[in-house]
Design a protein around this ligand. Structure first.
Ligand code: BES
Ligand code: MN
Ligand code: ZN
Length: 492
């Protein structure tokens, strides 16, 4: 989809989208031809339409046998127009344009825009491209978006900044949609080896470096916790290492991004039920977020050094699967009693984290994982849980979240609950029982971060949507890509 700035609208317009403030005067919408103003005024009066926030009115107008689709979208009070609202308004109008099969839309605004030109361009492009996304490759008759262009009919003081914003927004959205594709692909298509192959293609396309370790190498590294989880599957595990170095300063920190990469989680011998399993192809959403973020930061040429790591495997049952009750030794040397084979994500993550710290010398740890159903129970599908040992990182990710619109909420790393993950016969056990599951899973991870500044994001609730809403469609949300990309921009 093309998104550009067009000072004067053309004589004939197939579709016009008008974002207007509450009770605003249509006659004051810049560049809107008079014959359209008149037509709109009639409808607005007739239907008592007031342009309240997120209200929509869509109708055709015919003039000299040519039809113009008119989409009116109310923005409410322009002073209340923040990133979330603006994205949502673009989503509402773009969704409507797609629904009426518009090809080329002209966007008019009838309010004083509180967003800067850079910001406006970013939000517009990002929201439009995210809204347009659909995972339809397996439909015999795919319904895809017909919308080819949005022309902004507006005079800007600084068109250059707007265009830069559009470019940025495009990068954010493209990386998010890449991550959505990976998550939406089922487990018969995306398994550790094929995930690694896709990651290689992404690396080649965007220009970051990548290395993939197979079974032998993972064994030699003694990543036994990771190996235990994957050994019940016929599909071999892969350790995917992605590196982007944008800061040549030898003293610069390296930030580790670690994404949970369970390409399928059946639960293992502590088997999930059917309903709990259907969506478990999405248990690599953290991995997909890391791969998407690598793409975005390379594209943006950020001045940061980042190592992305994914320990990809499948949690299955078979004669070679790990048992409930097994005691395993993690790469760090700490032993773990496996009291639940379905608490597998943390076992893969700790070896990836330990590897990144001990072998790759990362200075800061950011992990992202569909780790606990408890995070979904607590926060639903719009808020990710964040747990951290570092106040400065927390502030940064909070401000990134305000920018990206991906909501986060902090849970405490409550020390006394460590008792819940202590074992009589090993250094730790892999679950803390039925209560405070998100907290105890994070406390478990914390044992392996070696005191480094660390943020843990639990996206179990937010990785998926079961219906379309705002910029989201059915399926993967790509959560984390924009949040982490923006966080890395703040760490630049
Ligand atoms: N991948 C799941 C968590 C999950 C659940 C993600 C629902 C998305 C939606 C994870 O591996 C898991 O099974 N966690 C268990 C942990 C428990 C056994 C301590 C859970 O949340 O039930
Ligand atoms: Mn599980
Ligand atoms: Zn899992």
């Amino acid at each position: 989809m093309k998104i550009d700035l067009l000072h004067k609208p053309t004589e004939y317009m197939e579709t016009v989208i008008i974002l207007q403030e509450e009770n605003g005067d249509i006659d004051k919408v810049e560049y809107l031809p008079e014959y359209l103003q008149n037509a709109i005024n009639i409808v607005v009066k007739q239907d008592d339409f007031h342009f309240k926030y997120s209200s929509l009115k869509s109708f055709p107008f015919i003039r000299s046998r040519k039809r113009t689709n008119i989409i009116l979208c109310g923005i409410g009070n322009p002073k209340e127009l923040d990133n979330d609202r603006f994205r949502n308004l673009i989503a509402i109008s773009v969704r409507e344009a797609i629904k009426i099969e518009a090809k080329e839309a002209y966007l008019f605004t009838g309010f004083k825009n509180p967003l800067s030109e850079l910001h406006f361009g970013h939000m517009l492009a990002e929201a439009a491209l995210l809204t347009e996304y659909r995972f339809n490759k397996y439909l015999s008759e795919p319904k895809s978006s017909s919308l080819q262009a949005i022309h902004l009919a507006m005079d800007l003081k600084n068109p250059h900044m707007f265009n830069r914003g559009v470019l940025e927004g495009r990068i954010f959205a493209e990386a998010t949609n890449l991550s959505r594709d990976l998550v939406n692909e089922p487990a018969n298509v995306i398994y550790p080896e094929s995930l690694a192959e896709v990651a290689k293609k992404v690396a080649l396309k965007y220009g970051f470096s990548i290395e993939v370790f197979g079974l032998d190498k993972i064994k030699r590294l003694k990543m036994e916790a990771f190996l235990a989880v994957g050994k019940g599957s016929k599909k071999e595990p892969r350790l995917i290492l992605m590196s982007y170095r944008g800061n040549p300063d030898p003293k610069a920190n390296t930030i580790g991004l670690i994404g949970k990469g369970l390409t399928y989680d059946s639960g293992g011998y502590c088997l999930k039920n059917c309903q709990g399993m259907v969506n478990m192809k999405n248990d690599m959403s953290g991995a997909a977020a890391v791969i998407g973020t690598m793409a975005a930061i390379t594209n943006l040429k950020l001045k940061v050094n980042v190592l992305g790591i994914v320990a990809a495997c499948e949690n299955m049952i078979s004669g070679s699967a790990y048992h409930a009750g097994d005691i395993i030794r993690s790469m760090s040397g700490k032993t773990i009693e496996v009291v639940n084979t379905d608490a597998e994500g943390r076992l893969t993550l700790i070896d990836a984290i330990h590897y990144a710290i001990s072998r790759e010398h990362i200075d800061e740890v950011i992990d992202i994982a569909t780790l606990t159903g408890a995070a979904a129970s607590t926060f639903g599908n719009q808020i990710s849980a964040v747990l951290t040992n570092n106040e400065a990182l927390l502030n940064k990710i909070q401000s990134a979240s305000e920018f990206s619109g991906e909501k986060i909420w902090q849970l405490p790393l409550y020390e006394p609950y460590k008792e819940l993950i202590t074992s009589e016969i090993a250094d730790l056990k892999n679950t803390g029982g039925p209560f405070a599951g998100t907290i105890t899973s994070a406390l478990f991870l914390q044992e392996f971060v070696a005191g480094k500044p660390w943020i843990h994001l639990d996206i179990a609730g937010t990785a998926l949507r079961d219906k379309e809403q705002g910029i989201y469609s059915y399926g993967a949300t790509g959560v984390g890509v924009r949040l982490l990309t923006q966080l890395l921009r703040e760490l630049e």
